[in-house]
Design a protein around this ligand. Sequence first.
Ligand code: RP5
Length: 165
Amino acid sequence: MAGATPVAIIMGSQSDWATMRHAAETLDALGIAHDDRIVSAHRTPDRLVAFAKGAKAEGFQVVIAGAGGAAHLPGMTAAMTSLPVLGVPVESKALSGQDSLLSIVQMPAGIPVGTLAIGRAGAVNAALLAAAILALTDSALAERLEAWRAAQTASVAERPQNDLS
Ligand code: RP5
């Protein structure tokens, strides 16, 4: 669907936004439109079903799903759409996100979730992976992604410094 918003960022709770906003900011930096929604597998199951079953018809091409604890959101979303689903384990208070990670990564064969790192790194990398997927069919985006990576490379100092203030 030309012109549609290509990326959906969904998360299980408002509390996940502190992590998932890093995915949103990275997509912004790459000029990729995204729609950010709270969709809880446990608290709003009907919303989850409606979103996941309708995501392709809405024109989304990639779903980034972040959740913590018993993090069923990415897997249940992947069960109801054939769009690529990238899972971000949110760092939980009780188990530091190890629960989130294992909940998301251990999918049974047949329903894949591309699982990223716990927390901010995973959110940023989910956005970059979504960009790489979209760039396969968008040459202008491919150039922006290359430029983003080149800028990152250029920003790394050759030697550490004591005082950066
Ligand atoms: C999960 O429970 C959410 O993804 C969140 O990471 C976690 C805690 O949610 P809140 O109690 O902060 O709303 O469903």
